[in-house]
Design a protein around this ligand. Structure first.
Ligand code: RET
Length: 288
């Protein structure tokens, strides 16, 4: 009985509870109006986006166009769950930063739920973009696995409390996976989209995606989890603002185009092959 009390006293001297309950984390979020608003703004927008996107896709009948629509609709659906997790304190923890970090020894609010739910939402964005570009299964598999690896190693970067150097090493691994994503988006898919006749809309969405996605590692590096130049609420607003563009604006532009150009999508060759076409001469009788 004496030990826990002693531990609590030590913690209180430092001004932070040792082990925070979910209710206490929730209270911290409530007390930080700016932070709380960065969550609720996205919950509200995701709700509006879900209703709007269901309406926009109501007449889409081609299975391929429907798949783009379902993947796109999943983005705000995952988002509303993700932000509810953050607003309720369920997917936020206070982690003590290791020595070397600007806030070494302090308990820093870490929104780890963001990285976790990106592993679900970002593959949906890429699936929709890949289908739009008429890509093959090999490229789709490559970009989606690299993207999931980017999010999971980003999660590891945020949750490592043993060593400051290892936090940045995880960050570096995550950036390497990000390069694979950028390569497919910037080099491979524009060629596919050209062949599929969707180059105009693809290139517009590609620029929007690449520019906004680059913002995420920048906010990580500048935020409390990295160099701690920005405070937690500002970092959270940074991510929330990027999310508004990378998810809702992106999805709206894509769905508007798909609803108006369904026939073009329907004409594309199947994505779910490896892209290898049988030799056109194979099986043809010799011309003799
Ligand atoms: C992290 C930190 C580690 C290095 C890199 C990152 C990249 C994150 C990206 C996130 C995109 C999220 C989106 C979410 C939409 O729901 C994990 C921040 C490279 C690119 C678009």
């Amino acid at each position: 009985m004496i030990e826990p009390i002693a531990a609590e006293m030590v913690a209180l001297v430092h001004g932070v509870p040792l082990e925070m309950t979910q209710a206490e984390v929730y209270q911290e979020v409530q007390d930080n109006t700016l932070l709380n608003a960065s969550f609720w703004a996205n919950i509200a927008l995701a709700g509006v986006a879900i209703l709007l996107f269901v309406y926009m896709g109501r007449n889409v009948t081609d299975p391929r166009a429907q798949l783009i629509w379902v993947a796109t609709l999943l983005v705000p659906l995952v988002s509303i769950a993700s932000y509810t997790g953050l607003a309720s304190g369920l997917t936020i923890s206070f982690f003590e930063m290791p020595s070397g970090h600007a806030l070494a020894g302090e308990e820093v609010l870490t929104m780890w739920g963001r990285y976790l739910t990106w592993t679900l939402s970002t593959p949906m964005i890429l699936l929709a973009l890949g289908l739009l570009a008429g890509t093959n299964l090999t490229k789709l598999f490559t970009i989606i696995t690299a993207d999931i690896a980017m999010c999971v190693t980003g999660l590891a970067a945020a949750m490592t409390t043993s060593s400051y150097g290892l936090r940045w090493f995880w960050y570096f691994i995550s950036c390497t996976f990000f390069l694979v994503v950028l390569y497919v988006l910037l080099v491979e898919w524009p060629k596919d989209a050209e062949a599929a006749g969707t180059a105009d809309i693809f290139n517009m969405l590609k620029i929007l995606t690449v520019v906004l996605w680059l913002g995420y590692p920048i906010f990580w590096a500048l935020g409390a989890e990295g160099l701690a130049i920005l405070d937690v609420a500002i970092t959270s607003w940074g991510y929330s603002a990027l999310d508004i563009g990378a998810k809702y604006v992106f999805a709206f532009l894509l769905l508007r185009w798909v609803a108006a150009n369904e026939a073009l999508i329907a004409r594309q060759p199947s994505t779910f092959g490896t892209g290898v076409t049988p030799d056109s001469g194979a099986g043809t009788p010799a011309d003799d």
